[in-house]
Design a protein around this ligand. Structure first.
Ligand code: UDX
Length: 465
């Protein structure tokens, strides 16, 4: 890859949950591949990074004076936990981050910029306080949205009228865009009004303010997948939007792990024993949790489907805290072991790229969505919270590469949808479309593609600061 940016350093601030750590470090890989020196700032009190995974970067661990009683194990089952977590992180890490950036800048002055000066701060927009730190030191702030571009609009469109937002996109305006109609934003807005707490509106206002003040907005999406949303967002925000996904395909070594949980790599040997495109991979990401009843119905449906499957059941994923092997009756466990394998955490990108995988049952987290698309996999979609309700509509209604498992989880429905997606007639069209989409995405990150071009433009922007 062309080295464009020697003697150029950037600070990148991580939001410490798995679905955010991965894209930030993947983005760091991309910029590093262009010659930019990377300083990774991360909260060291929650899911601390392991610098030996990426010794090519410099690390800036941030320590909070007081973690306000927060524990990472409480940040489960999405929205409730994440909102409080985000609010506290933004409070407790501002000061340590300010101090660290100040020291870096002072060092720069002492060294007369020999190592290249700090050009900008790139921050996960969930760490919105970073924009005010960038403003304070008069360097550009660039926000990263780790989910789809449509959520940039969604964050402002589903606001509370009581909140004073610097940018407000009326939901009616989005409903006029045909590609966005399929996302059923009005339903999402109604649902959110009923379910999310006041604090989340305050956070949305902070995030919108950060987007509004940032010099550029980076999104881990691919232009053609979301032009309608990207163009609409561009009408409202003055910062240029850079859709430079899929991050993980551009510069990452697929065996390079950023996992917080220990990966069970033994599952690769198990996959090796299966014919091409025969195994269903089942994973609900890093935060979603399910009831014991849903676990049982899922297990029975998978076993009855007669399709081999690899299923990730994280420690503490089941509400109530019991382990899956304690909950399921022994005859069900026996059935599971006949057809499938259950692991606590998988090397997901390696698994999805394995030739034996033929389908992906996903919670529709954005990273999983993008990773599944890149491997040409048809999907079974079961969203749990937040942006997953947007992503599911993209997958099933816009790109038509998956089916939503709606209603209660019942073994018969699970069995039916698994068969349909893996070997069914209706699923055939979806399987074909998924492979076509993979090829289309590949063109985007190859020379001349939109991602390729936007990455070069982004590097030009950073080096111009
Ligand atoms: C959540 C939201 O759902 C997501 O949309 C948002 O952008 C980030 O926060 P999460 O539940 O973690 O994310 O899901 P996802 O976005 O799919 O990220 C999970 C990451 O963990 C993926 O990169 C996936 O490859 C990885 N993973 C998951 C593993 O490495 N092993 C596993 O067993 C499961």
């Amino acid at each position: 890859m062309e080295i464009k940016a020697e003697k150029c350093r950037v600070v990148m601030l991580v939001y410490p949950l798995q679905g955010h750590i991965n894209p930030m470090l993947q983005l760091a890989n991309i910029l590093y591949s262009k010659g930019i020196s990377i300083i990774i700032a991360y909260p060291s009190d929650f899911n601390p990074l392991n610098p030996s995974n990426h010794p090519e970067f410099t690390y800036l661990p941030l320590k909070a004076a007081d973690v306000c009683g927060l524990e990472i194990t409480n940040v489960v089952d999405g929205v409730g936990g994440i909102i409080g977590f985000t609010a506290v992180l933004n409070k407790i890490y501002k000061e340590p981050f300010e101090k660290s950036v100040q020291e870096l800048m002072e060092n720069d002055n002492e060294n007369e910029g020999k190592r290249g000066k700090i050009r900008c701060i790139i921050y996960d927009v969930f760490m919105y306080f970073a924009q005010s730190v960038a403003d304070q030191f008069k360097i550009p702030g660039i926000s990263l949205r780790t989910s789809c571009a449509a959520t940039i609009l969604g964050i402002t469109a589903t606001h509370n009228p009581g909140c004073n937002l610097p940018v407000h996109v009326p939901i009616e305006c989005l409903l006029q865009v045909p590609e966005l109609q399929a996302l059923e934003l009005d339903n999402i807005a109604k649902h959110l009004k009923k379910t999310i707490p006041k604090l989340s509106y305050e956070i949305k206002a902070e995030i919108t303010t950060a987007f509004n003040k940032s010099t550029a907005i980076i999104v881990n999406t691919v232009g053609f997948l979301e032009w309608a949303a990207i163009n609409k967002a561009q009408e409202y925000f003055k910062a240029s939007i850079y859709p430079i996904g899929p991050f993980h395909k551009y510069a990452e070594n697929p065996t390079n792990s950023n996992s917080v949980l220990k990966e069970d790599t033994g599952c690769i040997a198990w996959l090796n024993q299966h014919p091409p495109r025969s195994v269903l991979y089942v994973s609900f990401g890093s935060l979603a949790s399910m009831s014991e009843k849903d676990l049982l119905e899922t297990a029975l449906g998978l076993a009855q489907s007669n399709q081999p499957f690899l299923w990730v059941v994280r420690p503490r994923m089941i509400l109530g805290g019991r382990d899956w092997a304690e909950i399921l009756p022994s005859d069900v466990i026996e059935k599971i072991n006949e057809m499938g394998l259950v692991v606590g955490w998988a090397p997901q990108r390696q698994v999805l790229g394995h030739s034996s995988i033929g389908g992906f049952w996903t919670h529709c987290g954005w990273n999983s969505t993008i990773e599944g698309i890149c491997e040409g996999l048809p999907m079974i979609c079961r969203p749990f919270f937040g942006d997953q309700f947007w992503n599911v509509k993209y997958i099933s209604k816009v790109w038509k590469i998956g089916m939503e498992l709606e209603g209660e989880i019942e073994r018969e429905n699970v069995e039916r949808i698994v068969r349909e997606v893996m070997v069914g007639e209706e699923g055939g069209e979806m399987r074909k479309r998924a492979l076509e989409l993979k090829d289309e995405v590949e063109l985007c990150y190859k020379e001349g593609g939109t991602t390729y071009t936007y990455i070069n433009q982004l590097v030009d922007l950073i080096t111009s600061f």
